[in-house]
Write a protein that binds this ligand. Structure first.
Ligand code: SF4
Length: 95
């Protein structure tokens, strides 16, 4: 049996910046204006509906409390994914 101290000591150490980047995923805010592929409206609306029902959604700022992203915009990016896996990237079936 491991003690809480041993669990803490053995946990991989990451910086707050590394944690933030991991939650951000592979997309970045500028992907909204740099020509990155968009998800179709049905997918974007379904993703946003999940965000609206999520306890990690800030309804005042319309941002995710996990990644800090504006979710109406992020939900429209094809490669975007929820940081806690409630929804994922659209698979690229053409490649
Ligand atoms: S991206 Fe995920 S965690 Fe963030 S508000 Fe949407 S469903 Fe919730």
């Amino acid at each position: 049996m491991t003690t809480p101290w041993e669990e803490y000591k053995n946990k991989p150490k990451t910086t707050p910046w590394q944690d933030y980047k991991k939650k951000l995923g592979t997309t970045r805010p500028w992907n909204y204006i740099d020509g990155s592929e968009r998800a179709d409206d049905v997918v974007a609306d379904a993703r946003y509906a999940m965000c609206l029902a999520c306890d990690r959604f800030n309804n005042l700022t319309k941002t995710c409390k996990e990644c800090g992203c504006l979710m109406r915009m992020k939900s429209r990016l094809k490669a975007a994914a929820c940081p806690i896996d409630k929804w994922g990237a659209v698979p690229d079936v053409d490649k």
